[in-house]
Design a protein around this ligand. Structure first.
Ligand code: FUB
Length: 345
């Protein structure tokens, strides 16, 4: 939701109209990546704090320093904050901005995948491991080779292969990698190097993970998102084109790639037949929430599908102080998703 609209909101009224409430209120949480491990729900969110950084379009105000894992015995039970799972001070390569993470499990080890800004000002993606889904996690000494940008989401396919999807525009720096290496020119501009409105939009990135889940098994490549005529979505198509917050899930044998449209504030999805795409745009999953960002995950819990998302209602509209919420997803017979309105009109 654009900043100027937030000033006019009656938050008491809005919270009554909200379809769900924050799952924890002792801390601010955002960018939830939800998984079921051993029958229990684990949510890997960003841990929002107010570090005193001014709002800008590079996202400097998202100055998060650590991760907490939230767990739930079932979808209706109390959510538990399990304390600090990983702090930036314990990641040798990372300086600041511990943004949206994800996690996965393999052979009894839990892997936390996270983006952070390195000391050279470039976002990279790292891995940390633990014997417990709630951590504490021990970070690898270096970021994943050939990793860049933000918002990693790791998907396990039915054949046991793991893929990482990532990328984000503006502060997430994806546009600075168009030539294959980092473009450090115009460092204060969030929109420098973004394609023109009539050019194809920037695309999310995918890479298959190595067997130990600590590196990429291949050079990362772009994931195509096409319109109904088979053409790549254009950069000016801001209500449909990819901005950040990748997620992948599989439903009835089809691959669903979902993402945020950033400056138009929607969560959208596209469907394909392979983890590498191409994907065809299908529609919106979530209408704009209070706060500039929208970020989500989709997870099946005991036969029902849920959207884990966030808004800034608890902080009364402070963009960088968000709270994780949950809403059930409904699929139609044809496999499309019924869009969710986060507040009842
Ligand atoms: O939380 C920081 C950033 O805001 C995330 O990386 C984006 O997806 C957006 O939610």
């Amino acid at each position: 939701m654009p900043e100027e609209n937030i000033k006019h909101i009656d938050f008491e009224d809005l919270n009554k109209k909200a379809i769900s409430q924050p799952i924890v209120s002792n801390i601010y949480t955002a960018d939830p990546s939800a998984h079921v491990f051993n029958g229990k729900i684990y949510i890997y969110p960003s841990h929002d704090i107010d570090a005193g950084e001014a709002f800008d379009d590079l996202g400097s105000h998202f100055a998060m320093e650590d991760y907490h894992v939230i767990s739930m015995d079932s979808i209706n039970s109390k959510a538990v904050d399990n304390g600090v799972a990983l702090h930036v001070d314990n990641v040798a390569w990372a300086e600041k901005q511990m943004w949206a993470p994800d996690a996965h499990e393999k052979d009894g080890t839990y892997y936390l995948f996270f983006p952070a800004k390195a000391y050279d000002g470039i976002f990279r993606i790292g891995v940390a491991t633990s014997s417990s889904p709630t951590g504490p996690f021990k970070a690898q000494p270096k970021a994943i080779k050939e990793s860049f940008s933000i918002d990693p989401a790791v998907f396990k396919d039915d054949d046991g292969s793991y893929y990482m999807y990532f990328g984000g525009l503006w502060g997430g720096q994806l546009q600075r990698w168009r030539s294959g290496s980092f473009n450090a020119n115009e460092p204060d501009s969030p929109t420098a190097f973004i394609p023109k409105d009539n050019e194809p939009a920037l695309l999310p990135i995918v890479a298959k993970m190595s067997n130990d889940l600590l590196e990429f098994d291949e050079t990362p490549k772009q994931l195509e998102i096409l319109d109904e005529k088979g053409s790549l979505l254009l950069a000016g198509d801001i209500e449909r084109r990819f901005f950040e917050a990748s997620w992948m899930h599989k439903y009835n044998g089809k691959y669903y790639f979902s993402y945020s449209t950033g400056d138009s504030h929607f969560i959208c999805y596209a469907i394909g037949d392979s983890p590498y795409g191409p994907f065809t745009y299908k529609g919106k999953i979530l209408e704009p929430v209070v706060g500039w960002t929208s970020h989500h995950s989709i997870c099946e819990v005991e036969g029902k599908w849920y959207l884990f998302y966030h808004d800034s209602s608890l902080s009364k509209g402070v963009t960088h102080l968000r709270s994780v919420k949950i809403a059930e997803i409904t699929y139609k017979e044809d496999g499309t998703i019924v869009p969710i309105k986060p507040y009842i009109e």
